[in-house]
Design a binder for this molecule. Structure first.
Ligand code: TEU
Ligand code: CA
Length: 601
């Protein structure tokens, strides 16, 4: 199979400690856009309950719901005003209890989104904190006096940029008490002060509240930002034409992060059987990652690493930039993270979409009518054959696309897009080229792309809400052809082809049947150098598979199978009635975006 040298390097490694959360298929629901049941154009909790049979049938084990707590929705619920209540736009606590009951009935689990780096400015804790410098909750948040420049103008305490609006400072001035508070994401999202033990205890209570109500774990929003370097110094100047600078060196994986995570684990999580996944932007350091997800370290089960979803950002710059990439970049990331977890007993999460990212079929493949379904099946084949816990984002299973380029900027609702577009209008007013670039970047990178309503049917508003309602966000124009019903009704659109949905369903099933390989098995990348093809081998003591993915719109004669011999091609994104005619060794002729999975001798 592999050369003797490689064999020596890769004695069979397996993270063979079976856990339910390693084998689980997690489906992310972005509730506002999932399913509306009361005709107000906004998705709701009963809408999730209504679709449980659909999710069960797809092969989902765990449902992660983005925030449904009480919130003024400045950042779509990632600004929480009450951790122990549900926003009326989503329903009631009783609706959630009912959802949990129905989920359990189907032998599935619910994971909540825990947003505790910051609260809403409308949370009672913050209202109290900002009421006076003497408030007992003053130091529940991060308050600092102003600085003054040479001309005597008031300036924020340092030069950090706001994450969801980089033209602005990360600090917000409070007129009443004449100090700044830290608000890394938006002024409506003040950062909690985790240095204060009372804050940490209050957070622990939030976890207990939901665990005792029957949830099975948490996706922890930007959990690696909770410990800040207490000097609050200026960040290095990296983006020349911006007043404020990326400050992540000071707040990502800060000095007390591991202490705080271990405390959560010891005091709360260790008393329950949970799935925990920490969202961790900015971190690339392997030791840092293993400190969190290493089996021995008692922090979190896994993290969301940003390597793949940052692949097209200009390094060191902000996210709303465009940067070319090819299969080599993707392979480098996959290889590094797969090997890291095997060699150091950690655990991966496998995802390429969520509510903060553009649609994967548009971003990593070709979403034209000609290739969209091939691209979506290719990405499914990739994800379902990698080691880690699988995350599927709503609509990914039917190959939903980015919003069309023709949409006006006014269709973009996300605060991050709004701030970005405003920055370009302010900075480059009258410059048509820059305005066109801003629109292009938004269409390629904005979070709105993933937030259009789920396309259930070909009926008005794609069946997301009632015909006479106005959905909170416009439905993608392609819903008449791209929708779940069409793919369920016609799982075999032509002989040898599966609909994207049917391909996902079979892929998830196959992954579970062969979990010794796909979940727990070893990994070896084939040929890091090729610019178009991503390929790797996965194996256990029983079986070995090879995945070959042509990440290009061209025909490729690929000859890097080496001494691997394919016994049988078991899945492909082209006509599977002809799959047996594909070469089983030597040179493999790949069509545009062709993807193959083979059982290896
Ligand atoms: O996102 C954190 C984050 O850093 C990015 O993914 C963010 O979306 C941005 O695009 C970076 O440029 C989490 C949530 O997933 C996101 O929806 C929230 O807006 C954010 O935290 C604040 O809670
Ligand atoms: Ca509703």
């Amino acid at each position: 199979m592999s050369s003797p040298q490689q064999k020596k390097k890769h004695l069979y490694v397996s993270t063979d400690k079976h856990r339910w959360w390693k084998e689980a298929v997690v489906y992310q629901v972005y509730p506002a856009s999932f399913k509306d049941t009361n005709g107000d154009g906004w998705g709701d909790v009963p809408g999730i309950t209504e679709k449980l049979d659909y999710l069960k049938d797809l092969g989902v084990d765990v449902i992660w719901v983005s925030p449904i707590y009480k919130s003024p929705q400045a950042d779509m619920g990632y600004d929480i005003a009450d951790y122990e209540d549900i926003d009326p736009s989503y329903g009631t606590l009783q609706d959630v209890d009912n959802l949990i009951k129905e989920i359990k009935k189907r032998d599935m689990k619910l994971v909540m989104d825990l947003v505790v780096n910051h609260t809403s400015e409308e949370h009672a804790w913050f209202l109290d904190s900002r009421s006076s410098k003497e408030s007992s909750k003053r130091d529940w948040y991060i308050w600092k006096p102003a600085k003054y420049d040479a001309d005597g103008n008031r300036q924020p305490p340092n030069n950090w940029a706001q994450i969801l609006g980089e033209a602005n400072s990360a600090w917000t001035w409070d007129e009443k008490t004449q100090e700044y508070y830290l608000s890394l994401f938006t002024p409506e999202q003040p950062d909690l002060n985790w240095e204060n033990p009372a804050v940490r205890e209050a957070v622990h209570d939030v976890l207990r509240f939901w665990l005792d109500r029957g949830v099975s774990g948490f996706r922890m929003d930007v959990i690696n930002l909770i410990s800040k370097v207490q000097s609050f110094g200026d960040a290095e100047i990296k983006v020349e034409d911006n007043k404020y600078q990326p400050g992540d060196k000071f707040y990502a994986n800060g000095p007390r992060l591991h202490e705080f995570l271990k405390e959560i684990n010891r005091k709360v999580l260790s008393k329950y059987d949970t799935l925990t996944v920490g969202e961790m932007p900015f971190v690339r350091d392997e030791d840092e990652i293993i400190r969190v997800v290493g089996a021995e370290n008692e922090e979190l089960n896994m993290i969301f690493a940003f390597d793949i979803v940052d692949i097209d950002n200009v390094p060191g710059d902000f996210k709303y930039t465009l940067h070319p990439w090819d299969a080599r970049d993707l392979k480098e990331i996959i290889n590094r993270l797969q090997r890291l977890m095997l060699e150091r007993d950690g655990w991966n999460s496998i995802f390429i979409e969520n509510h903060d990212q553009p649609r994967s079929v548009s971003r990593y493949t070709d979403d034209s009518d000609e290739f969209r379904e091939y691209g979506a099946r290719l990405l499914c084949l990739m994800q379902t054959t990698l080691a880690g816990t699988m995350y599927v984002y709503q609509g990914e299973e039917i190959g939903m696309r980015n919003v069309p380029p023709s949409w006006e900027p006014s269709e973009y609702k996300d605060i991050e897009s709004v701030n970005f577009f405003k920055k370009y209008q302010d900075m480059y007013s009258g410059n048509e080229e820059k305005q066109a670039l801003a629109r292009k970047i938004m269409q390629k990178k904005s979070r709105d792309n993933a937030r259009t309503p789920v396309q259930w049917t070909a009926e008005p508003h794609a069946g997301f809400t009632s015909a006479n309602a106005k959905p909170w966000m416009r439905v993608n124009d392609d819903y008449k052809t791209v929708n779940a019903k069409a793919q369920l009704d016609n799982a075999n659109p032509s002989p040898g082809y599966l609909s994207v949905h049917a391909f996902w369903k079979r892929g998830l099933e196959y992954r579970k049947e062969n979990k010794d390989v796909f979940v727990y098995g070893d990994f070896e990348v084939l040929d890091l150098e090729d610019k178009k093809v991503v390929a790797y081998k996965r194996w256990s003591e029983k079986n070995a598979f090879v995945t070959v993915l042509n990440f290009s719109g061209e025909n490729v004669a690929w000859d890097k199978l080496g001494d691997l011999k394919v016994k049988k091609w078991v899945a492909g994104n082209y006509d599977e009635t002809e799959i047996d005619s594909k070469a089983k060794s030597g040179t493999l002729d790949l069509r545009p975006w062709e993807a193959l999975l083979g059982l290896v001798e």
